[in-house]
Design a protein around this ligand. Sequence first.
Ligand code: XMP
Length: 517
Amino acid sequence: MANNRILIIDFGGQYDQLIARRVRECCVFSELYNHDNIGIEKIRAIDPKGIIFTGGPQSAYGENAPTVDEEIFRLGIPILGICYGAQLMAYRLGGEINSAPTSEYGRTEVTIDDREGLLRTADDVNVCWMSHTDYISRPPEGFVITAHTEDCPVAGMEDRQRRFYAVQFHPEVEHTAHGFEFLRTFVLDICGCAQDWKMESFAETQIKALREKIGTGKVLLALSGGVDSSVVAALLAKAIGPQLTCVFVDHGLLRKDESAEVAAVFGEGGLFDLDFVKVDAAKRFYQRLAGAVAPEDKRKIIGEEFIRVFEEEAKKIGAVDYLAQGTIYPDVIESGLGKSAVIKSHHNVGGLPDYVDFREIIEPLRLLFKDEVRQLGRELGLPEEIVSRQPFPGPGLGVRIIGEVTAEKCRIVQDADAIYREEIAKAVAEGRMKEPNQYFAALTNMQTVGVMGDFRTYDYAIALRAVTTSDFMTAEAAEIPWDVLQRAMTRIVNEVDHVNRVFYDLTSKPPGTVEME
Ligand code: XMP
C-alpha cells in the first residue's frame, strides 16, 4: 500500500482540505503538501499514483505566483488541476491564461463537450461551483476542451495520452453536481488506486505498529473526554492495555454528567482494561478563578491550573516513557505541512508543559481528519455519545459563564445546558430539525426582574446558542423550530433555580464568535 496514495499540492485555495477528504472518501489515502514544501525529489520518494493541484488566490502568470517544477509533467503520473491548478497546468504547458471579462462565482451552468475522460458521469449541462477571475483562453497543445460556460471557453480540458486533466470548477464542493464522481473517476479509474484506506485496516495496522514501538514502555495520556483523546485512549487500550495510564482532570467546568460518562467508559468496569486516574480538581479551579472576570485571564488561569494538576499526577505515576496526544491531520497541516493561512486561535487546555520529561510523544491520529477519527472510534467500539460528541472548548464552561465563575453558576449553566441539549436531541430524533454543529447554553451573568407565582424574582438570564458551520471559522445561527425553543425556555425557567429569563443568540460569526468569551 506504500505508494497507493494521491498527493495534493496546495496553492492556498479555500477547499484544499476538502479535496483531501473527498479522496479519502474514495477509500484512498491522500496527503496534502504546501507547494513550497514539496520538491521533485520528495514527489519521487512519495511515488504517488496521482497528483492534484488545488485552487488558489493568485494569477498563474503573476510574478510571484506559486508554481511547480516542470519536471512534474514528465514523471508519467496523472495530474488533475482544479481552478488555479487548472490554470497553472495550462500556463506551464504552453496554453494561454487571461483575466476573464466576467468573473464567475458560485453556482454556474457548465456545458459538457467531451465525456470520454474525467467528466464521463456529467449531465449535458452540469451545475458546478465556480470561483475565478482568470480563465484559460487557449489550452496547451495536445489538450481537448471538455467543458465550457457562457463566459469561460475552457471550463475543462484534458490530454488523455499524458493523463493530464483540468477543471476550472470545484468538483470537491457539494454544490457541483457529480463532483464527487469526477474525483472518483480520477482517483480510481485514471490513477488506478486500490481502495485500501479503511478505518478497519487502519486500526489493525496502528495497533500493531504501536505495540512494536512502545514495547514494554509506559504511556501517559491526558484524556479530556473529547473525541480525539478518547479515540487515542481506545486505540492504546487495545494496543498496550495495562501499560497505559489515562489522566482525566475534572476541572468542574464540564457539562452535566460528563465526568461520570467518561469514567464509565474508561474507568474500572468500563469498556477497556486500563489504568484510569480521575482527578477531582473542581475546588482548586473554582478557588483559582475567584475574582477573575476578563475572558483572557480566565483562560490563562484554567490552562495553567490544568498543567499543574497534570504535572502532579505525572509525577505520582513516575517513570513514564511516552506521552500520547490526540493531534489530528488538520493540526498537522495548520502547523506547516500544508498551508499556514488558517491558524487556530485557541489552544486546547491540554497544552502540556515541555519540561515534563518524556522520551517521545506519540500521536497515532496525526494522519486522520475528524470524520475519520469518529469512524475509527466506532470501529474501536466507543459509544456513540463519545464518538459523535460536539466540540467542547478546553476551558469548558469557564468561557460559557460571562464574568466570574463560581460553583453555583456552573451548576446553573450545566442544568440549563442539559435541558437544552435534551430538547434538541428529541427534535432531531423526531426528524423535525437537523442537528446543529454545535449548541449549548451559556450564562449571561445578567440579572433581570421577573415574576413567578406572584413573587418578584431577580435572577439570571440564560443564552441559548446553536450554530451551523463546517469549519467553525465562520458560523451562522441555526434555525431552531420555535416550539423547541419555547419548550427549552419553559423547562429551563421552571427547572433551574435562579434562572428567570432565556435568550436565543442570533449572531453569526463574524461578527460574533461561537463561544461568548
Ligand atoms: P470561537 O468561540 O472562537 O470557537 O468562535 C470556535 C470553535 O472553537 C471552540 N473553542 C475552543 N476549543 N480551546 C478549544 O479546544 C479553546 O480555548 C476554545 N475556545 C473556543 C469552540 O467551542 C468552537 O467549536
